[in-house]
Design a binder for this molecule. Structure first.
Ligand SMILES: Cc1cc2nc3c(=O)[nH]c(=O)nc-3n(C[C@H](O)[C@H](O)[C@H](O)COP(=O)(O)OP(=O)(O)OC[C@H]3O[C@@H](n4cnc5c(N)ncnc54)[C@H](O)[C@@H]3O)c2cc1C
Length: 396
């Protein structure tokens, strides 16, 4: 077996690395770190100008038709360099969804602006009482002629404060099983009646609570049929899951390796010569390699025209949980100094380990929690019976 991604991917990775040398400045990285807003308009536009926002798209969209291995290389490079791509990746995911389920008008209006780095779309699925069980959404949309009137509240609407649209799950029918009464909309964020409240998470990331009070949305911005929103959301979810998050972890381990080479232990020798330090770094590297292979397995399935359902869940589960385990192990290895924050004197690896440990927790929650991924693997991969009511609703 050859686990390398191939010459084409290696060449593309090099091209992206050169692009990042030029466009991903320290200021761009630090702005995202300091504000918790993991998006930068200038960097997004530079990505679009270089064609990377449409790297996987067909030529008719001006795309580069990169294969899944090249896309994995792109994502690795962005993660390795801590590029602020949360906003662009969600926007591109919704553009891909619209390509499959949007109206010709939506495709003509939204997709080019997304691919050109001109608009941002955020996700409005979660609510205070429906996160994992997204089908229990209570935010309602009521028809009024050619318009819909939306009332409700969304939780964790990340980047709503920068976004042009929220891709929103609403309830349009109260008389049918919960997942059959949902409809998706692209709600313009400048519509009257929207209020945004910031939420600062322990991972340092800013997200939002958003409130919708008699927000009027034209029927033209409904995505998919009325009451068929669950199917639309499932299309979006296939674009969300599948990738590995291992790049962030690889970056962290490299930083700690550098620290271990440059700093001396009490015996006057570099820490990298300490067997216990070597053992921990070796263990972290092994986990990173295993996680990268799970990510490649998903890419391989995409390459063969299949969708990585269970394999995507395995990749997400493993990479997020091992990222957290690696962070905890490295903080433990660094001792009391391991919890010094970025900007504090004497913080090893400039405090990125402490930051990563807080951030890693969040990766086990968003995009579907670890328990939800385990449920998918158990049922769809191992054929075990469904046990929870909310699972039945989510998966039926
Ligand atoms: C930083 C951050 C950013 C986010 N950004 C967005 C965003 O932009 N848009 C958006 O819509 N959402 C976003 N989310 C929301 C995220 O998708 C939800 O937090 C997640 O789906 C879990 O939902 P919940 O928080 O309501 O927890 P709950 O669903 O209430 O879960 C609570 C606990 O119960 C467990 N649990 C729930 N159901 C089951 C089950 N069936 N089997 C076993 N265990 C179960 C969960 O694993 C968890 O441990 C974000 C979350 C965070 C933390």
């Amino acid at each position: 077996m050859d686990f390398r991604m191939g010459e084409k991917s290696d060449e593309f990775a090099k091209e992206v690395a050169d692009f990042l040398d030029e466009h991903l400045t320290e200021e761009v990285v630090m702005e995202a770190h300091e504000t918790g807003t993991v998006h930068n308009w200038g960097f997004y536009k530079a990505m679009a100008d270089a064609g990377y926002t449409r790297a996987a798209w067909p030529k008719e969209f001006g795309g580069q038709e990169r294969d899944p291995f090249e896309m994995a290389a792109l994502s690795d490079q962005l993660n390795l360099r801590h590029a602020p791509t949360d906003g662009s990746s969600v926007t591109l995911m919704i553009c891909s969804t619209l390509r499959h389920v949007g109206t010709p008008e939506q495709q003509a209006d939204i997709i080019p602006r997304g691919l050109n780095g001109e608009i941002l779309i955020c996700l409005g699925y979660s609510e205070p009482d429906s996160g994992s069980d997204a089908a229990a959404a209570a935010t309602r949309a009521d028809r009024d002629g050619d318009e819909w009137v939306i009332n409700g509240q969304k939780m964790f609407t990340t980047l709503a404060h920068e976004a042009d649209y929220v891709f929103m799950l609403t309830r349009t029918n109260h008389d049918v099983p919960k997942h059959k009464g949902l409809t998706m909309f692209l709600v313009p964020m400048d519509a009257e009646g929207i209020e945004i409240q910031p939420v600062h998470t322990m991972g340092g990331e800013r997200t939002n609570i958003t409130f919708y009070n008699d927000v009027k949305v034209p029927d033209a911005l409904r995505v998919g049929d009325v009451d068929a929103g669950w199917g639309v959301m499932r299309v979006a979810l296939t674009f969300e899951r599948g990738g590995s998050m291992m790049g962030q972890s690889v970056r962290l381990v490299r930083l700690v390796e550098e620290w271990a080479k440059e700093n001396l232990a009490p015996n006057g020798r570099p820490w990298i010569e300490d067997p216990l330090v070597r053992e921990r770094l070796a263990r972290a590297n092994m986990l990173n390699n295993a996680g990268a292979l799970l990510g490649l397995r998903s890419a391989d399935l995409f390459n063969r025209g299949e969708l990585p359902g269970v394999e995507g869940s395995m990749s997400k589960l493993f990479s997020s949980e091992k990222f957290l385990a690696i962070c905890e192990d490295l903080v433990d290895m660094l001792g009391p100094e391991g919890v010094l924050q970025h900007g504090e004197d004497d913080a090893p690896s400039a405090g990125w380990v402490e930051h990563a440990m807080r951030h890693a927790v969040v990766t086990t929650i968003y995009g579907g929690t670890s328990e939800i991924q385990r449920g998918i693997i158990a049922e769809h991969g191992l054929g075990l019976p469904r046990t929870r009511k909310s699972d039945r609703a989510r998966n039926s």
